[in-house]
Design a protein around this ligand. Structure first.
Ligand SMILES: *[C@@H]1O[C@H](CO)[C@@H](O)[C@H](O)[C@H]1NC(C)=O
Length: 330
C-alpha cells in the first residue's frame, strides 16, 4: 500500500471537517469534527488504515506511521478551524485516556488504573477496536538481537506509534514504574520470545511493580501439547526453525516454566491450563505420547487469553500453559 497526498484538506462546514487521502490512486475521504477527541481521531485513522484487515494479527511500521500522519493532519485541521471551545467528551466505558509515554502510564498508575499487557502490541491496538483489551496498556520490546523484527519499537521511541502501547527492553532494564503501582499484568504468547536467562529478572520485575493482591496472568505456547510442536525437542532443524522463523527462544511447557515460577518472588501460583509432563522426569515427550491435560476454569475478567480450548474459534488449534501469579506481600 502506498500512502500519498495525505495533505489535501477540505473544510466542509464550520465544525464538520474532511480529510482527503489518495491511496493507490483512489481518493477517499475521512470525516471528522472540529471537536472530535484524540481518541476518536485515532480510532478513525486506525480503522481506515486497517480497513481491509481488522484482525490486527499483522501490523506494520508503515501502517502505524500512516495512521499517525493522518491523526496529525486531522489535529492540524482542527486547530485551523475557528470556533467556540470544545466541550470535553466522556471516554467510552472502561477506556483509558490515550497513553503515549511512560509519564502517561505513571499518571494512570497513580490512580490505580494501570493494567499492563506485555507483548500485547498487536491485540491492544486501540480501545474501540477490540474491547477485550479495553483498559489495558501494551508493552513491547525492541527487536530481537538475533534479527527477529517485531516491528513495534523503533530505536529510542517510547511509543509503538499507537496509543496504549509503550516500548521497553524487558530483558535487562528495570521497568520504569514504582513498586506496587500496577493493578494487573497479562502476557499472552510473548515471554517465549525471551531467552530463559532473562526470565528471573522479568518475573522479579513483574512482582515488584504489581500491587499486593494483584495477578500476573502468564500464557505461553505449550510445547508439551501433543503433535508436531514436540519435534523441537528431538530435531535440531525444527528447533532452529522455531527460533529463527518464530523468534521462540524458550520452548515453554509446565515442566520447563515451573522452576522459574517457583524461584520467583510470587507467593501464590495457580496453574490453570497445561499438558502435564511431570511424570517424564525431564525427558521430552515423543510426538504422540499421551500426557494428561489439566484444565481449570479461567476467569477471563482477569485478562483475556485467546489461545485456549475455551476459545476454539480464536485459538488456531493451539493450547497454552496458563498460570496466574499472585503477589501477596511486598
Ligand atoms: C528434522 O526435520 C527436518 C525438517 O522438517 C527434516 O527434513 C528431517 O528429516 C528431520 N530429521 C530427522 C532425523 O527426523
Amino acid at each position: 500500500m502506498r500512502w500519498r497526498n495525505v495533505a489535501a484538506c477540505l473544510a466542509v462546514s464550520l465544525d464538520a471537517l474532511r480529510l482527503e487521502i489518495t491511496v493507490d490512486d483512489t481518493t477517499e475521504f475521512l470525516d471528522f469534527d472540529r471537536c472530535s477527541t484524540e481518541l476518536e481521531l485515532v480510532g478513525i485513522a486506525h480503522a481506515f488504515v486497517h480497513r481491509t484487515d481488522r484482525t490486527l494479527l499483522a501490523t506494520h511500521p508503515d501502517d502505524r506511521a500512516a495512521s499517525q500522519e493522518i491523526v496529525n493532519h486531522m489535529t492540524r485541521m482542527q486547530a485551523d478551524a475557528a470556533g467556540p471551545p470544545c466541550a470535553a467528551a466522556p471516554l467510552p466505558a472502561g477506556a483509558l485516556p490515550p497513553v503515549w509515554t511512560w509519564a502517561d502510564a505513571h499518571a494512570l498508575a497513580a490512580q490505580g488504573k494501570l493494567r499492563l499487557n506485555f507483548g500485547g502490541g498487536a491485540a491492544n491496538d486501540f480501545h474501540a477496536f477490540d474491547d477485550r483489551y479495553t483498559g489495558w496498556v501494551a508493552v513491547e520490546g525492541p527487536n530481537d538481537p538475533d534479527g527477529h523484527d517485531y516491528g513495534f519499537c523503533l530505536d529510542g521511541k517510547e511509543s509503538c506509534g499507537k496509543p496504549w502501547c509503550l516500548c521497553r527492553d524487558l530483558t535487562r532494564e528495570r521497568f520504569p514504574l514504582d513498586d506496587g503501582s500496577v493493578a494487573s499484568i497479562l502476557t499472552e504468547h510473548a515471554l517465549e520470545h525471551i531467552k530463559w536467562e532473562y526470565w528471573p529478572h522479568i518475573l522479579r520485575e513483574f512482582h515488584r511493580i504489581l500491587r499486593v493482591g494483584g495477578v500476573a496472568r502468564v500464557a505461553l505456547p505449550d510445547y508439551h501439547a501433543p503433535g508436531a510442536v514436540r519435534r523441537v525437542f528431538w530435531n535440531t532443524t525444527v528447533a532452529a526453525e522455531h527460533r529463527i522463523l518464530g523468534g521462540h527462544h524458550a520452548f515453554t511447557s509446565f515442566a520447563s516454566v515451573r522452576p522459574f515460577v517457583e524461584a520467583s518472588p510470587f507467593e501464590a501460583v495457580y496453574w490453570l491450563h497445561y499438558w502435564d509432563g511431570s511424570a517424564l522426569d525431564g525427558r521430552p515427550p515423543s510426538e504422540d505420547e499421551p500426557l494428561p491435560f489439566t484444565r481449570n476454569p479461567i476467569d477471563y475478567g482477569l485478562g483475556f487469553v485467546k489461545r485456549t480450548p475455551d476459545h476454539p474459534t480464536m485459538n488456531e488449534g493451539v493450547t497454552s500453559v496458563v498460570v496466574d501469579l499472585v503477589k501477596l506481600a511486598r
